[in-house]
Design a protein around this ligand. Structure first.
Ligand code: SF4
Length: 328
């Protein structure tokens, strides 16, 4: 591993100032970054440790749940406010990683984690995300875990997070600080599709820091479900996951939020499905129709065609459980 400088940040402004120097990266839990450094995928000159900044709080104010960027995944998943107000987030976090990793990983770090595409991690193989214009090994190679939506000629990787799928469904806002002050960004606009710049995973500028997230209150708590399909129940990234949140009153779906994971370079929100569910009574035929619609535009590669059926079935099952048609 390349030698690097390590400093502890004393303030948010100090982090922003430090990030102005090229080759500087933020470290918190380090559960992904340290792996990337050990494998030579990334080689920062300087790490700024932000774990001592006061950005861990989970609070509810003015119709919003605020979660600091340094709140640990394990703490968020067990927090009583989160479990009561946003159980979908708790379910998604508990489906992610292992208990040991959740005890180290932070909310901001979870958002910033990089794809687990094997070509990205192997520095002897071509990868446009790691080395722009070097090619995409996965497109013609082994692509069983790769995307079926929103791919580009340059990259077909998926975002690996579970937490982010729930946050995308829950109309979350990201609070960001940089040289020009604070700004807010819709969570669904935080991550990006690969397009011609797969080396960029999101719209955070190099000299910005995530301060936290805000989730608006909603009526989804009684009908939320996160379904994750993976090769190994104990610990594995999603082949496909589905986050469903429904507001059901008098047997009618008043509003719905749906997002999928494991299928795209960013959490894949199903806006058309949400519109189609509103005002309807939950039923299996309706959910089958929703799932068929959700797969429109899916594009498979040599080894991941199975994901289209799997994702369709996962949408149906998640909707059945969330609506109470079947038990979890
Ligand atoms: Fe790299 Fe993306 Fe291709 Fe994987 S899918 S090899 S991350 S460019």
């Amino acid at each position: 591993m390349k030698q690097f400088e390590y400093v502890k940040a004393g303030s948010t402004q100090g982090v922003i100032n430090a990030l102005a120097q090229p080759g500087t990266k933020i470290i918190a839990g380090g559960t992904n970054l340290v792996d990337l450094m050990k494998r030579g995928v990334t080689a920062p000159d300087k790490l700024v440790d932000i774990t001592h900044l006061p950005l861990k709080d989970i609070t509810a104010t003015s119709g919003r749940l605020h979660i600091g960027t340094l709140a640990l995944n394990s703490i968020v998943s067990e927090n009583s406010l989160v479990q009561k107000k946003q159980p979908l987030l708790s379910m998604a976090l508990k489906a992610g990683a292992s208990p040991q990793l959740r005890n180290m990983a932070t909310v901001g770090g979870n958002m910033m984690q990089r794809t687990r595409c094997g070509y990205f991690y192997d520095t002897t193989l071509p990868c446009n995300k790691r080395q722009p214009e070097s090619g995409c090994g996965a497109k013609e190679g082994y692509n069983r875990m790769h995307a079926i939506f929103g791919t580009s000629e340059k990259c077909i990787a998926v975002h690996p997070s579970d937490m982010c799928v729930a946050l995308a469904a829950l109309d979350t806002t990201v609070i960001i600080a940089g040289k020009k002050g604070e700004r807010k960004l819709a969570f669904t606009d935080f991550h990006k599709l690969p397009g011609d710049t797969p080396e960029l995973d999101n719209h955070l500028a190099k000299d910005e820091i995530i301060l936290g997230i805000e989730i608006p209150d909603n009526n989804f708590a009684d009908h939320s479900y996160y379904l994750k399909i993976r090769d190994r129940q104990s610990y594995a990234f999603a082949l496909v996951s589905v986050a469903v949140a429904l507001d059901i009153s008098n047997g009618v779906i008043r509003s719905a939020r749906l997002a999928m994971g494991g299928v795209a370079h960013k959490p894949w929100r199903l806006y058309d499905a949400e519109k189609a569910l509103a005002g309807k009574q939950p039923s299996v035929p309706l959910f089958e129709q929703i799932a068929r619609g959700a797969m429109q535009g899916a594009k498979a590669y040599q080894h991941n065609e199975f994901k289209i059926n799997l994702a369709s079935n996962a949408v149906i099952q998640a909707l059945k459980v969330a609506s109470g048609l079947v038990p979890a």
